[in-house]
Design a protein around this ligand. Sequence first.
Ligand code: AMP
Length: 151
Amino acid sequence: MIDLQAGNFLQSSVGNFIIPSERVAHVQIGNNLEHALLVLTKTGYTAIPVLDAKYQLHGLISSPLILDNIMGMERIEFENLSKLCVEDVMNQEIPTLHANDPLVDGLKLLINHPFVCTVDENKYFKGILTRRVVLKQLNAYIQPMYYKEKD
Ligand code: AMP
């Protein structure tokens, strides 16, 4: 059996695997929904972080959240795109990680979230841990063990 409890991998720090903040598409507090929708559409991501000018994390904005907030009872209220700001509709109930948390904590959160934001002790945004990066690393870790056992 593959001995995952060898554990070096799962105990390694989340910080080793994050996409750093400067490479993460985001919007700022004060941006309207139209701007957020443009960023989401152009980047192809479904959700991105909402930061302030100091790079503190406030929440996540997503295309479904934006669409939900422009859907009226009888028509799409396009005017809300310029009227509402990201902080009016963003999701603030989000899990976060710290760079020195073990990867196994990140793995657990990634079951229900495609990515998890990493912050420091003052909530300054450091980057994101994504499913893709973790699965890629896990795959690279497991494959040699698997084929070694088959030999
Ligand atoms: P992935 O696991 O690479 O498919 O990424 C999962 C999700 O993480 C994406 O749908 C985005 O919401 C978010 N994401 C990944 N990379 C970035 C990035 N560079 N900037 C902003 N969001 C990202």
